[in-house]
Design a protein around this ligand. Structure first.
Ligand code: NAP
Ligand code: ZN
Length: 352
């Protein structure tokens, strides 16, 4: 075992603070990674504050972070996929059972026995897994992906969650040229959704509660921007969308968006507000519309998404912060004040 510096929260109301955690020595199939950058996802905040207690109760202390980019420092004797010095990444998953039907289809995100990067039972060391707000991590090679060499590393970190979580449902629901696609909520996930929908050739409309994000939305690739509190502007798009991705972190009215779908249109929730959302049956019945959800993505699709980003030169727009500012960043997330993903420069942790 080795000691690793990390930032952890001791309770649902404590700030994140410096601590020391243990990491296992790399086993035969393991990759040891020096973490360089870790993105801050709103899910980190939901988990730290135990807002999802009903579905995934948080075990304390919690070390969040599932948007990890780093350099391989050591590999186990059977590791073939990665070698020392490689730039690699780890997302939300660090293990799965590999035998269930979902794993066999490469859809590890649906494995009933998956191990999340943080706050899942740790079968190696006991306790729970600890995430990327730390200086190193040890992960089975199957759950480590390659980062295309042309991508900025800080900007690549958010691809591991915000990226794959928006890319996967867009592929699943056939986002492509000729389709009209809405993205609701211009935060970390939403801004990646805009970039992907644009790169896939769709006509992209951003729905935001923040009028000052209009210029950014257009720069990020939107064709149109609608301030969602403007009922008239919303009504103009009634019945016209093939697909809407909802990436909002808080309670909001999804019926307003269901009404914008065309016949057989789909609204996929990736945002995960703690409280249940009310759904009008008529919004779905009229037009045979569907409402669904989507969690992250499997390992093969995560690599496909990274390669797509390499080819199309796509990274997140990031504000790089030292880890000492993480609590401040959380407060800003709650005010939708992020452009458009905070990423921790882990060098700041090493110097503590
Ligand atoms: P984020 O950066 O904080 O962005 C959330 C955005 O939602 C905000 O920027 C804001 O956009 C909008 N918003 C916030 N409060 C709102 C309100 N009261 N009403 C309407 N809009 C509001 O969060 P994120 O990291 O992108 O995560 C978004 C959600 O996705 C979180 O719930 C997170 O847990 C979830 N998530 C799910 C998965 C998955 O696998 N499904 C993976 C990662 C994250 P505007 O200013 O444009 O309105
Ligand atoms: Zn996330």
């Amino acid at each position: 075992m080795t000691k690793s510096k990390a930032y952890a929260a001791a309770t649902a109301t404590s700030p994140l603070a410096l601590t020391t955690i243990s990491r296992r020595d790399p086993g035969e199939h393991d990759v040891q990674i020096e973490i360089l950058f870790a993105g801050i996802c709103h899910s980190d905040l939901h988990s730290v504050r135990n807002e999802w207690s009903e579905f995934m109760p948080t075990v304390y202390p919690i070390v969040p972070g599932h948007e990890i980019v780093g350099r391989v420092t050591k590999v186990g004797s059977s590791v073939a996929k990665h070698k020392t010095g490689d730039l690699v990444a780890v997302g939300c998953l660090v293990d799965s059972d590999r035998t269930c039907p979902s794993c066999q289809e490469g859809l590890e995100q649906f494995c009933p026995n998956m191990t999340l990067t943080f706050n899942s039972p740790d079968k190696h060391l006991g306790g729970v897994t600890y995430g990327g707000y730390s200086d190193q991590i040890v992960v089975d090679e199957r759950f480590v992906v390659r980062v295309p060499s042309n991508l900025n590393l800080a900007g690549a970190a958010p691809l591991l969650c915000a990226g794959i979580t928006t890319y996967s449902p867009m592929r699943h629901w056939g986002v492509s040229e000729g389709k009209k696609v809405g993205v609701v909520g211009l935060g970390g996930l939403g801004h990646m959704g805009v970039k992907f929908a644009r790169a896939m050739g769709a006509h992209v409309v951003v729905f935001t509660t923040s009028p000052h994000k209009r210029e950014d939305a257009l720069r990020l690739g939107a064709d149109e921007v609608v301030v969602s509190r403007d009922a008239n502007a919303m009504q103009k798009h009634a019945g016209s969308f093939n697909f809407i991705l909802d990436a909002v972190s808080a309670d909001h009215d999804i019926n307003a968006y269901l009404n914008l779908l065309t016949r057989d249109g789909n609204l996929t929730l990736v945002g995960a507000p703690a409280k249940p959302l009310a759904v009008s049956a008529f919004g779905l019945i009229m037009g045979r519309r569907s409402l669904s959800g989507s969690p992250i993505g499997g390992l093969a699709e995560t690599q496909e998404m990274l390669d797509f980003c390499g080819t199309n030169n796509i990274t997140a727009d990031v504000e790089v912060i030292p880890i000492q500012k993480v609590n401040e960043a959380y407060e800003r997330l709650l005010k939708a004040d992020v452009k458009y993903r905070f990423v921790i420069d882990i060098a700041s942790l090493k110097s503590e």
